[in-house]
Design a protein around this ligand. Structure first.
Ligand code: BG6
Length: 609
């Protein structure tokens, strides 16, 4: 998730583009760049690592009236000046937000045609591909871009500047967001509304597979076959703060809604349904190495620990590899039993959590292969672990992790499937079915989000509770822990997550009519057991909230509230029940008027011990 901008008009393009990029820093802030045409129409490119202020500090006085800009959240190629956008080929400069899934094969064919690549990014392929077609048919930039996009698989919002065409910018969109800002003798291109709101509140929303020619006094939108498209103009009623949250009252609620996209992006380019397998560009473990793994040790903290616990169930259940999960803070001072055939997996959204980093260093000292699952390209852990897989949730602003958690779960599902295939523990047919079910998950999540009022009503009903229990079995036990953690983090209610079968061994003593119990109960091999646990707490007068399958006609008889999730393969239900417990926590905190994005005593990443 990066931010792109473009400007053509009478203002100083440098300050407009810098101002606009600053308003998109919540989309990415690890490197940035501009391409401009100076007073003589010469193309000038400036790029830096780090935040926009660093780019601003290197910019010369430059009389420019047209330009494009980018603020990056790296997915391919670590954050540095070379990988920063714009990427250039000949007279063409490109900024891009999205993922080019087939960039490796396109790169190979372009290199064989003599194009020289300088970066590790997928985006540079776009610049050379557009230039290839432009050189074939000089004079028509739009046709060159359409031809190039015809070869691309993946997602993009891109904008192109060319010295040969100093009176227009061209932009196009597929899956990544793109808007146009309309002004008097000026027009704007941006990934999102906050970028242009200082200058205009008149916008056009670009739809998928649309392209636009933006000139000082006109914008013309076409489909990718060149057919003109009529576009409606909209007036934005928001102030800037609301715009950064895309109209949501909190970043956390916005990020919960972004999960459909985070799952989509995290799956992008990694599924091989036909072959019944999964690929990770960035993973450096071959089949033999995977077959020689004797034990897996997962290390993580906070919400990432709960993801790791689900990983344990999946690795043991689907690959037969013995798996342990430890908190980083405990692991680093324990006397771990590690051997070179132990794979140590560290899960960390930020890639900077001190306890997790220390645990990875410890594991490395034992000669273990380490694999980090992180959301931040270029983070410390991405430099310390011997293998790395990125979740692609985009920057997460809310302190309570939501979209990063669900992206961690998606990576774990894919990794487990990949290992199970390499160890012949799952056949291609079963994998193919599971992957096609995984592809449906974003749609299922959308349906849960559409039904959020139901969850809000339930949250308000129990918002004054002093204690809350979450119970789950098997793969939904980690989600019970996550539900309790979310509620604790943002509503300050004392909440506990338990393996449902554990209640009778102690915690049942705490159950009374004042304690709501959330029972995570999708239909599967533990359904009857969780039903009996529900009866157990119900008989102690607890109010029970069941999270159940939408076609479960049975459970309502035994509980006070039923919150449903769409039907999917049982093994994937944690991806859906997670969204319900996140929303339950969010609406409870909202009802209690808590500081949801910045809860007391917590930080987004704890980089000290
Ligand atoms: C805490 C955050 O500081 O660190 C949690 O508030 C997070 O949301 C935990 O889960 C672990 O962070 P990370 O970045 O290592 O996943």
């Amino acid at each position: 998730m990066c931010g792109i901008v473009g400007y053509i008009g009478e203002r100083d393009a440098v300050s407009v583009l810098i101002e606009s990029l600053k308003k998109l820093e919540y989309r990415g802030y690890d490197s940035a760049g501009l391409a401009l045409l100076d007073g003589k129409g010469k193309s000038c490119v400036f790029k830096t690592e780090g935040e926009i202020s660093r780019l601003e500090s290197i910019l010369p006085e430059l009389p420019a009236r047209i330009g494009i800009g980018h603020t990056r959240w790296a997915t391919h190629g670590k954050p540095n000046t070379i990988n920063a956008h714009p990427h250039v080929s000949g007279s063409i400069s490109v900024v891009h937000n999205g993922i080019i899934e087939n960039y490796l094969e396109l790169k190979e064919s372009l290199e064989s045609e003599g194009f020289v690549f300088v970066s590790d990014t997928d985006t540079e392929v776009l610049a050379h591909l557009i230039n290839k077609y432009y050189l074939k048919n000089p004079g028509d930039l739009a046709i060159a871009i359409r031809s190039a996009l015809g070869e691309v698989r993946g997602s993009y919002a891109l904008s192109v500047l060319s010295e040969e065409h100093p009176h227009e910018l061209i932009a196009a969109r597929k899956d990544s967001p793109l808007i146009l800002g309309l002004g008097e003798h000026e027009n704007f291109i941006a990934s999102d509304i906050p970028a242009i709101l200082k200058y205009t509140n008149r916008v056009i929303y670009m739809e998928n597979l649309e392209m636009v020619r933006v000139k000082r006094d006109s914008v013309q939108v076409f489909d990718l076959d060149g057919n003109p498209r009529f576009k409606e103009e909209h007036i934005i009623p928001w102030n800037l703060e609301a715009a950064e949250k895309a109209g949501y009252p909190h970043f956390m609620l916005k990020e919960i809604h972004e999960q459909t996209n985070s799952i989509h992006e995290t799956l992008a380019g990694r599924l091989q349904e036909l072959e019944g397998d999964v690929i990770f560009d960035e993973l450096d473990l071959d089949k033999e190495q995977i077959q020689n793994i004797h034990r897996i040790e997962i290390i993580a903290c906070g919400t990432s620990f709960n993801a790791g616990l689900l990983g344990k169930y999946l690795f043991e259940g689907l690959t037969g590899i013995h798996t342990d999960v430890d908190n980083g803070s405990e692991f680093r001072y324990s006397n771990p039993v590690l051997t070179p055939s132990t794979l140590v997996i560290a899960i960390t959204q930020s890639g900077e959590t001190a306890d997790t980093l220390a645990a990875v260093r410890e594991a490395t000292s034992y000669g273990c292969t380490t694999l980090a699952i992180t959301n931040v390209v270029g983070s410390t852990i991405s430099r310390e672990a011997s293998n790395i897989i990125y979740t692609r949730a985009g920057p997460e602003i809310g302190v309570a992790a939501t979209k990063s958690f669900i992206s961690q779960l998606v990576v774990l599902y894919l990794l487990v499937i990949h290992f199970a295939r390499a160890r012949s523990m799952m056949d291609a047919d079963r994998v193919g079915k599971l992957l096609s079910e995984l592809r449906k998950i974003p749609g299922h999540v959308s349906r849960i989000l559409e039904d959020k009022e139901n969850i809000q009503k339930c949250a308000s009903r129990f918002a004054e509770s002093k204690d809350y229990f979450f119970i789950g079995r098997n793969i939904n036990y980690p989600i019970a822990l996550e539900g309790a953690l979310k509620l604790k983090e943002i509503s300050y209610i004392h909440a506990e997550g338990y393996a449902a079968g554990e209640l009778k061994h102690g915690p049942l003593a705490l159950i009374s009519e004042d304690v709501p119990v959330v029972a995570i109960a999708p239909q599967g091999h533990t359904y009857d057991k969780i039903l009996s646990n529900i009866k157990e707490v119900k008989s102690r007068d607890a109010s029970v909230i069941a999270i159940a399958d939408s076609d479960d006609g049975e459970i309502a008889k035994y509980v006070d509230v039923v919150l449903t999730v769409p039907k999917t393969d049982f093994i994937l239900t944690p991806l859906l029940t997670t969204v319900v417990v996140q929303l339950l926590a969010y609406y409870t905190a909202l009802e209690r008027d808590c500081s949801i994005d910045k809860p007391r005593n917590l930080a987004k990443s704890v980089t000290v011990e």
